[in-house]
Design a protein around this ligand. Sequence first.
Ligand code: ATP
Ligand code: MG
Length: 335
Amino acid sequence: RNLKMKTLCRRDINSLKDPFLAVFESLIPADEEKIKQKQLLSRLEKLVTQEWPEARLHLYGSCDNSFGFSNSDIDISLAMENRDIDKGKLLLKLVDILKSKNFQNVKALPYARIPVLKFVDPVTGISCDICINNALAVVNTKLLRDYAQIDARLRQLVFIVKHWAKSRRVNETYQGTLSSYAYVLMCINFLQQRRPAILPCLQRMETTYSKSVGNVECSYFDQVEKLRNFGVKNGESIAQLVWGFFHYWAYCHDFENDVISVRTGATFSKSSKGWNTRVGNDCHFISIEDPFEVSHDLGRVVDKNSIRVLREEFERAAEIMQNDSSPFVTLFENY
Ligand code: ATP
Ligand code: MG
């Protein structure tokens, strides 16, 4: 029965290509939104450099990795040369500056794991997060953006997957489900493992870009304009890939034993990282290796309950992609 369904799905799956592309296009931010973000960034940079002349602002996260929806927040890293700076104090000073310029809902979380300042710009209505010297996030943002330039299907797949994850409420790290960053890595790793491959493994190629952040060495091949034809031997459409993505995480990935790794373009055994045993609160129900900070498992937020929710959602989505002739309502149905 399964085989028959699979054949059926294969036969008519490409009729879903255009509707999936329409979903993707409806989520892309307009150019004017990008312009507003840049203008806000330079306004903020002016304010900041009046107080700290050597400071610079860098965008990171979805506003800069090409996987941002329209109306999404912007993430900013404030780069200070003095690395021993008291981040908490600096953020509190910045709170005063922003309040004096009428920025709204200004709130600092100076004692969070990554200290952050949140506010809304009164001119554009854009919500912003600022953190200090988050250079690793700036570099992994570049890696994601570089992967997106190799094959258009990555950006399409990520948008569909993020839209699904937000609708189904499995994109909430404080509830034990996965960050957008983790979903992007899952999409990249999935496309690296298609046969023929749709994406290469940039960290296994010749180094053309290299940056040390603390004791982490970040290097990879970043001349992605040379790789524009990389995936052409694989003709799968976005519809086939969405089907394949959910099928893969529902039925093919070995959650118990394997680590998802963009760095190697593959999966490998958890035991090689000691992630097969529980240490403290870290259970590794799903393991996603950070491409640069390799001791960091992005799945560490997932607990016994949320792994069940997550896997049920993958199965639900796989089932819908297998059986629904028009999956667009059910797949993205609000939870
Ligand atoms: P969204 O559109 O949902 O806001 P986003 O791409 O901004 O998506 P977030 O998960 O909010 O995704 O993360 C913002 C950025 O912070 C990521 O692009 C990544 O650079 C960095 N980041 C987030 N979580 C981690 C993490 N656990 N470890 C390292 N870097 C992270
Ligand atoms: Mg964000």
